[in-house]
Design a protein. Structure first.
Lengths: 246, 473
């Protein structure tokens, strides 16, 4: 079974549709959404509708910090992010807000753990930004596979020969064997707001039978998505990030 | 051996495992065991590698096994053993691969050093294998005489990828320096410092192997301490010609260039090493070739000081893949005044300006002359041959290339397209540049079919140069 792993969509409809099409065309049979459906992008309602539809048909969908912020704006968010959250809260339907609030922080299934940030304490939204942070999450997940987002980069962690977690930057489209005899933490990248100077949407696919993961970059009409952000009157800087992938 | 580990029981000769019948145990080492196996007909002989696992084992065998199981299935071609199957690592770790029939370099060396010709022949075949591995984004990192098998047709196959690196996969051995650094006599200075992702590390090991093939001795001995290992960061080896006076200057040049402590001073591609070993007359001799002694005490002290503070220098940025291309331009020296020649020169110049580490091979194919009696590439004594070399040199002069980036070849052949294709393939050419047939010049019919035939059959990219058409009204 091939599971498409999509995270940090951030209200970017164009990017989401491109990734879903790519995943379906390449044989994905299941879908897992790893949080932050909203925030930044101009199409939160459409994005939540799509994900809620998939969830109703059995897809995994866990909560991200931006999804949580719709219910209650946290203090740590800066002004421009707050502005988008406030705007998103206005435009979302009650049903959509209800769906966001209903998502769990973490889902465990067979050998897999799906969580937006760290499995060690999902509600703290800690970034996996070091081998030790990765180690903590993997220890807490108690699963062979931990799939996460939050950090917008694509990275693959596992324990190296020296006993510390090693980090690997995957290449687009290359299948990587990840046997379940060891523990893996995959950061699948961001669908709606990549930040590595490559505007193409990022996601990954895990093949449960073959025990292989593939990371993808999918080009989409990011200029249109950026223009929509401007048209909605949202902060210029956010449109710029989508436009340049920074 | 004291006490057979539990893993061996399952692999007793005669036992069946996942359809493979275990045969004779042919190796037992620190990392694990190797058995001959028969089984589902693969059409070639097979072996099964089994890591040492269990209480009391260090785990090194297991991590090497895992590394090889990850990398070998991703490799292909005539220079690596074919992968057949692997068992689940958690329950029954094993790896079944092709058994390579042939003579290891270790066995070859048991008869003493090889002649310079033989060293060059075997060395070029070894460099071919290393280059093909590097083209697949992999680095061997443990090249030594045991790990290179020469088949009866002269092809070299590299075995044992337990310490290898593949750019597509996480490096499980990252930061591992206790055992993963490779074999002491052959490893590069940067490997000693923990770098595992530079293909030029294999070039250094290739140099150490060439040194041993040519002299029967190791360039840095067999260091047993870390301090001894680190000597190669600054100590230059005894020049091969001092050990074996029969080693020609050009071969010493090639060997010592591979063994430069700083990766950027070495050959930047194994294809360049193979080329020089096959074309001794094209090797540009530097002071390396004439070195008759190790550096004096003062010079060594200076290098030691530099190496001490100079870790960064050894970690110089590695070249991007294929940044050291071999470019072959086919020049029609039969028609030196053809109007396409300047266009071909311009195109060549533009292509070369995109890369700093290129090697340009200028080739002219001339019809086999009666004096040579159909000989191939050999330098016939005919005046025609020299005449065409002079024309080639004249053609390339305006590009102002350093001599070491350039080589000139006149090939006598009745079939220019086949001569070019064969020469390009044998020398790992990355790009062939040649002129398109001229639409109006019927007398160039000999040349006409060449561009299309080369384009259709080349193993690499082909750049066909055309003189812009004048669309005069």
């Amino acid at each position: 079974m091939i599971i498409a792993l999509l995270s940090d969509i951030h209200g970017n409809l164009e990017a989401l549709e491109a990734c879903l099409r790519h995943a379906t065309d390449t044989g994905a049979e299941r879908f897992a959404f790893l949080g932050d459906l909203v925030g930044y992008g101009a199409d939160p309602q459409r994005v939540v509708d799509i994900v809620a539809g998939y969830a109703a048909r059995g897809a995994v969908a866990v909560k991200g910090n931006h999804d949580e912020a719709i219910a209650k704006t946290p203090r740590y968010m800066n002004e421009s992010v707050r502005a988008v959250i406030d705007w998103t809260r206005e435009v979302l339907s009650t049903d959509a807000k209800g769906f966001l609030a209903s998502m769990p922080l973490c889902v465990r299934e067979d050998e897999m753990c799906f969580v937006h940030a760290s499995a060690a304490s999902p509600e703290r939204w800690d970034y996996i930004d070091s081998p030790s942070a990765a180690q903590r999450s993997v220890d807490a997940s108690r699963s062979s596979y931990t799939f996460s987002g939050h950090v917008h980069d694509q990275e693959l962690y596992t324990r190296g020969a020296v006993g510390r977690m090693i980090v690997f930057k995957p290449m687009h489209g290359r299948s990587i064997p990840i046997g379940k005899h060891r523990r893996w933490l995959a950061l699948v990248g961001s669908v709606g707001q990549p930040r590595d100077s490559n505007p193409a949407a990022a996601y990954a696919q895990f093949d449960t039978r073959e025990e292989k993961i593939v990371f993808y970059r999918v080009p989409y009409d990011h200029l249109a998505a950026a223009q929509k952000i401007r048209n909605a009157g949202l902060p210029q800087a956010i449109a710029y990030r989508v436009e340049k992938g920074v | 051996m004291s006490g057979e580990p539990a893993t061996v029981g399952r692999y007793a000769p005669g036992t069946d495992l996942d359809g493979f019948r275990i045969g004779e145990r042919i190796h037992s080492g620190a990392m694990g065991y190797i058995f001959r196996v028969t089984g589902p007909d693969a059409g070639f002989p097979m072996i099964m590698k089994v890591p040492r696992v269990g209480p009391g084992e260090s785990g090194e065998g297991l991590i090497s096994y895992e590394t090889e199981s990850l990398i070998l299935p991703a490799l292909s071609g005539p220079h690596v053993p074919r992968f057949v199957s692997s068992g689940s690592l958690a329950q029954k770790p094993y790896l079944v691969t092709e058994w390579i029939e042939g003579e290891s370099l270790q066995q070859k060396l048991e008869g003493g050093p090889l002649s310079p010709d033989e060293t060059a022949r075997v060395g070029a075949a070894l460099a071919d294998a290393v280059h093909q591995l590097h083209l697949q984004d992999a680095i061997h990192l443990d090249l030594k005489p045991d790990n290179a098998i020469v088949k009866s047709d002269g092809t070299v196959v590299l075995i044992d990828f337990g310490l290898a690196y593949h750019a597509h996969f996480p490096d499980l051995l990252a930061e591992e320096q206790r055992f993963a650094a490779g074999s002491a006599p052959y490893i590069s200075p940067e490997q000693i410092l923990g770098t595992r992702s530079d293909p030029r590390s294999d070039i250094f090991s290739l140099g150490a192997l060439l040194y041993e093939l040519a002299t029967g001795e190791l360039p840095f001995g067999v260091p047993s301490t870390l301090a001894g290992l680190r000597d190669r960061l600054w100590l230059d080896p005894v020049p091969p010609r001092l050990r074996s006076p029969g080693v020609p200057a050009w071969l010493q040049e090639v060997i010592l260039r591979c063994l430069e402590p700083r990766a950027e001073d070495r050959y930047q591609s194994a294809a360049h090493v193979a080329f020089d070993l096959r074309n001794p007359d094209q090797v540009v001799l530097t002071e390396r070739a004439s070195k008759a002694e190790q550096a004096n005490v003062l010079e060594q002290a200076r290098r030691w000081w530099r190496a001490r503070g100079g870790r960064l220098a050894l970690h110089a940025p590695k070249p991007q893949r294929r940044e050291a291309p071999i470019i072959m331009v086919a020049v029609d020296t039969m028609h030196p005044d053809d109007e396409r020649q300047p266009a071909l020169q311009r195109a060549t110049f533009q292509i070369l300006s995109l890369s700093a580490e290129f090697r340009l091979i200028c080739v002219s194919v001339i019809p086999a002359g009666p004096v040579t009696e159909g000989a191939g590439e050999s330098a016939s004594a005919s005046g025609a041959y020299l005449d065409h070399i002079v024309r080639l040199r004249h053609w390339v002069e305006p590009l102002h290339l350093p001599r070491r980036r350039l080589s000139l070849h006149v090939i006598e052949s009745a079939s220019p397209e086949n001569a070019l294709l064969e020469f390009a393939r044998r020398n790992h050419v990355d790009l062939i540049v040649l002129g398109a047939p001229h639409p109006e010049q019927v007398r160039l019919a000999w040349w006409r079919s060449v561009a299309s035939s080369v384009t259709a059959n080349a193993h690499c990219s082909v750049h066909v140069v055309r003189v812009p058409e004048h669309t005069g009204a």
